[in-house]
Design a protein around this ligand. Structure first.
Ligand SMILES: NC(=O)c1ccc[n+]([C@@H]2O[C@H](COP(=O)([O-])OP(=O)(O)OC[C@H]3O[C@@H](n4cnc5c(N)ncnc54)[C@H](OP(=O)(O)O)[C@@H]3O)[C@@H](O)[C@H]2O)c1
Length: 313
């Protein structure tokens, strides 16, 4: 099968660096690294030299797959040029996630949707990916009635610079943060989590509320989830379902440290919700936000597309 010509746009960032590493590990060879003019010419680990992601470079017609992790406004500006040049773009920003007609994909949950793309596939928010992976099997078995989630998100979710800031913070002086755009009631991270979960699960009316918090750790997000189902589902049944679900791994007490550099989403603490009626369960998730929460999920989307539509010789 001919090798796809791949562009990693945002290659100098937290997600871009992991994307390059995973592409190398998975044997992709025709990979270019692009970023802004600020880092053009810089040599990255592995020897790739960063090119500037100009509209012309992206539209030149020599890219089959473009992974974008550049932030929302740069994605809005640059992704259409890559698509114009014939590439399929997998975009990790929130620019296109909720746009009608653009698939928002977690391969284990709604992978088939990726095949409906018209040039762009959106990669969900780093908390929506693990959450939907855990909710989907529960919904298939018992129907979701209501979901509440509280997140514990590492600083790498806010990019490479925030990781540097935490590294420079004296030990013991880290704090919780709520550093997303606030609309007077909710952070945009919380509404994204609701809207994206509804779109991925195709449950547009699902009652779901989130409280998102940034915690002073470098990598790995965790989520406490309270689920009410339509049919009764015991904790043992839920554990069995989640243990068999693709991409999930059971662990009694999952932490971000356990999830570091691990492909799977870790799920544990599955128990009855003592504050709910008979149909309430609670559980805890941990996930490497740079890996399954971003880079890996995007690469799995691309692999799914390549398996169905190999690059023509
Ligand atoms: N971190 C996560 O856990 C996570 C998870 C899911 C999705 N995402 C999304 O992925 C995107 C990137 O996140 P990140 O954490 O990797 O951020 P980051 O560490 O700040 O990196 C940003 C990258 O984008 C590049 N860039 C910025 N503006 C650009 C422009 N106008 N043209 C070309 N390149 C540009 C930067 O290049 P320079 O070095 O040249 O400035 C850098 O490579 C964001 O949309 C974020 O929401 C992140």
């Amino acid at each position: 099968m001919p090798e796809p010509r791949i562009a990693v746009v945002g290659a100098t960032g937290a997600v871009g660096g992991v994307t390059l590493r995973l592409l190398r590990e998975r044997g992709f060879e025709r990979v270019r690294a692009l970023a802004s003019a600020r880092s053009a010419g810089r040599e990255l680990e592995g020897g790739l030299v960063v090119e500037e992601a100009t509209p012309d470079a992206l539209a030149a017609g020599d890219i089959d797959l473009a992974f974008f992790s550049v932030g929302t406004s740069a994605s809005r500006e640059l992704v259409p040029h890559a698509v114009r040049g014939g590439a399929v773009a997998v975009d990790k920003s929130s620019a296109y996630r909720l746009q009608d007609g653009i698939p928002l994909v977690v391969p284990e949950v709604n992978g088939e949707r990726a095949l409906e793309h018209d040039g762009i596939v959106a990669n969900p928010n780093c908390c929506a990916i693990p959450l939907t992976m855990a909710l989907k099997p529960l919904h298939d078995a018992a129907g979701l009635a209501r979901v509440r989630v509280s997140t514990y998100q590492s600083v790498s979710g806010a990019g490479a610079q925030r990781m540097e800031e935490l590294r420079a913070t004296p030990s013991g002086e880290g704090n919780l943060a709520m550093d997303w755009d606030f609309d007077g009631e909710e952070f945009d991270e919380e509404s994204k989590l609701r809207d994206e979960t509804r779109k991925i699960l195709e449950l547009p009316e699902l009652p779901i509320s989130a409280t998102c918090v940034r915690v002073p750790i470098l990598v790995g997000h965790a989520e406490a989830v309270w689920v009410e189902t339509q049919e009764q589902l015991s904790a043992d049944e839920a554990r069995d379902l989640l243990g068999r679900a693709p991409g999930l791994r059971l662990l009694d007490f999952p932490t971000p440290r356990d999830a570091l550099d691990v492909d799977d989403v870790l799920v544990g603490r599955i128990r009855p919700d003592r504050a709910a009626g008979e149909n309430g369960l609670t559980l805890f998730l941990a996930c490497d936000n740079l890996r399954k929460g971003a880079a890996l999920n995007a690469i799995q989307i691309a692999e799914l597309l390549l398996a169905r539509h190999p690059i023509p010789a």
